[in-house]
Design a protein. Structure first.
Length: 296
């Protein structure tokens, strides 16, 4: 006899690239269902997609939730950092569990591989950035082997075609939030983040390079931890892979990775969107299971 599953109800604010890709992932989840897809542009491709999928839409942005608070349990905010600072207190008053896709730094900084259980006990979870999701797990692995590491530098290169309006508006917040999250979550004293929007045609995949300043690094131990971390990360980000395993050059350990997207809303080169959205859906699913919002 087949059992019935009641899925957790999700609202997505922001109908651009991130929100539209999230919509596909949410609707595929066995634990979640999107009950509202809302933004400001009624003619956006995301709104058209949601209508084709049979999802309720609105061009009234957050006001659609304010006017009908019972429509959702979980809210993904896929707008921008400035807007989320306005949205956050409203959604807290409405007692919604919020997953912030912007680099606003309001909520608990979350990397599912590291602090998922702790993060979902908060009312607002911040997904940091695509670079944060791709690099922080590996940096934490390095710090596990060499906690004395004084400096980490990260360079992320993404296709300019995968950088929508929200991403471009948030560049300054992206670099600052990612660097602060690296230091806060991994414990490295100093970190620097660089992002490159590459206009190459055909578009490039998301590539990340980590540089760690380590005196006499234990390379065997580092390689082992990186391999283990990559395998665990791939459980919720299938397209993540290490393309250059750790190498040591003059006491500087370098690692290179790439992320291939699932191709849900945008082509596979948009791995930068894919990794942060996969991480966000993992958070929402865990919250749904913990609170009983989703049950068989």
């Amino acid at each position: 006899m087949r059992t019935h599953m009641q899925k957790a109800r999700v609202a997505i604010i922001g109908t651009g690239n991130i929100g539209s890709d999230l919509l596909v992932k949410v609707e595929r989840s066995p634990y979640l269902t999107c009950t509202l897809f809302t933004g400001q542009n009624p003619a956006s491709p995301g709104i058209a997609q949601a209508k084709r999928m049979g999802v309720s839409t609105s061009s009234d942005s957050i006001n659609a939730i304010v006017h009908n608070p019972g429509i959702c349990d979980i809210v993904f905010d896929a707008t921008n950092a400035v807007s989320h600072k306005i949205h956050a207190p409203i959604l807290r008053k409405l007692r919604k569990f919020v997953i912030d896709m912007t680099p606003s730094k309001i909520g608990v900084l979350c990397v599912p591989l590291i602090n998922l259980k702790k993060s979902i006990r908060s009312h607002n979870v911040n997904m940091i950035s695509c670079g944060g999701q791709a690099n922080i797990p590996l940096i934490a692995a390095i710090m596990l082997v060499h906690p004395e590491t004084p400096y980490i530098e990260v360079v992320s290169s993404i296709s300019s075609r995968s950088a929508g309006i929200g991403t471009r508006e948030n560049i300054d917040e992206y670099t600052q939030t990612t660097s602060e999250a690296i230091m806060a979550i991994t414990g490295v004293p100093k970190a620097k983040t660089i992002i490159i929007l590459n206009p190459a045609d055909p578009p490039i995949l998301m590539h990340n390079t980590i540089y760690a300043k380590i005196d006499k690094p234990n390379m065997n131990a580092i390689v082992k931890e990186i391999r283990d971390t990559a395998k665990r990360l791939q459980k919720y980000v299938p397209g993540f892979r290490v393309i250059v395993e750790p190498v040591n050059t003059n006491d500087c350990v370098m690692i290179m990775t790439e992320v291939v997207g699932l191709g849900d809303f945008l082509p596979v080169y948009a791995g930068n969107l894919d990794i942060i959205n996969c991480a966000a859906v993992a958070v929402a699913e865990e919250y749904a299971k913990m609170t009983g919002r989703s049950r068989r």
